[in-house]
Unconditional design. Structure first.
Length: 113
């Protein structure tokens, strides 16, 4: 099953969602701003993506700039920050089995569907 971690307010996330819709494949939508992601789930997503927590952080967000920018944070602290402030999580994230991509650009999604 394909899963998209989706934020409908984000244009790139909407583009990724549209790609999945147009693919004709079944997929699950997780609106992670409403359905919070646990630390364990986020660790699993990071593992599937093959990236470090800092690579999943949206560094342009106001909360990052005001609360975290310029600080030396451990991976665990970064994960906790993303769980507490899901807006910090890069989007969309699409998972298909044991493969995952960040949909930036949205065409990255085509690699795994």
């Amino acid at each position: 099953m394909i899963t998209i971690y989706h934020n409908p307010r984000c244009s790139k996330s909407r583009e990724g969602f549209s790609l999945l819709e147009n693919s004709g494949k079944d997929f699950e939508v997780i609106k992670y701003m409403d359905e919070l992601i646990s630390e364990e789930k986020l660790k699993n997503i990071l593992s599937l993506l093959g990236v470090n927590p800092i690579d999943l952080v949206r560094k342009g967000e106001a909360i990052w700039k005001s609360d975290y920018k310029g600080k030396t944070l451990t991976d665990s602290q970064l994960i906790k920050a993303m769980v507490k402030h899901p807006k910090l999580i890069e989007r969309p994230i699409v998972i298909n089995g044991k493969q995952a991509v960040i949909g930036r650009p949205p065409t990255n999604i085509l690699e795994i569907i």
